[in-house]
Design a protein. Sequence first.
Lengths: 152, 179
Amino acid sequence: MIDPDGMMTVEAAYDDLLRRSLSRIDGDLARLIYLASTRDYNTGKYHHDGLAARFQREIAGQALELAHREIFYRIAVCSLEELVDQVEVYASSSQQGRDEVLQVWQKLEPYRVALPVDGNVAVAQLFVSNIKLALAILRRRYQQQELVASTS
Amino acid sequence: MMELLSLSAGVVLLVLLIAFASKRWAAARDMRESALPIGEADAEPCPEVFVSRVFSRGDWEFVHSLRSEGISKLFDRERKKVALLWVRQTSVMIRKAMREHASAARQSENLQFSTEISILAQFLTLIVVCGILSVAIQMVGPLFLGGLARFAQRLSRRVAKVQESLQPAPLVKTAGRIA
């Protein structure tokens, strides 16, 4: 990262990641979950075979980490209303039913694995709190929709 | 008559103290329940927009438009938790900066009295503001404290900048990494 050429390569890898992979994923929340899934649970290092083949493994890892942080901070400070929309897009695009996704997310809190390593703790807490709220809001919204549908 | 008034004032004060203590206890419990460890001063700084988001009315208005008491309560509890964590993190940062500054000042040979007084005043102001914010957030929540929080954020950034400028030259600091 100190060497200017090295920096260019990370930027190029980052652009490549945005263009080839992230642009095909709907919504920032889904992108965040995808990026977190490229991180090894034990080592905290990021792996992406396609990106590593085009760039060095180390550079690919740095680009993935950069993208992860950027999207995480963007989601963490977005408005609650926007986040509710993001969670709705994510839950609706899942292969499981949206209710099932919401229920599992509320119980297991898998979104905690999306936190970047060594990120700001207050921002991480805001992210976790907002996701909890978004899930509660969406479940209530769906329950109301079901109620309306059943009475009509 | 005076005795009755004094007694009433005493009772009111006692009730207020009990209310305050129970709020503090509840807030402390919330902090303990938070699975995240307290941020150390070395953590990444909060983005500028963080304080505006946590202390703003926008999200509160959205939540209240849903007309759900349960969600409103959850929102108040969660925002209070986040705001208190930020205040605590800022306090940790100030204390660390104060320690580092005192240590650097002890070794320095050309201390400027006026600069040191100005830095000390900023540290003390921040400590007081963080104390006020901490109590006020526990009492009324973060919603009406945006101005004070933004002031604390600006001041802590200024303190961090002053602290950075007093650090040894970057080459010395990063020598290990470069080598």
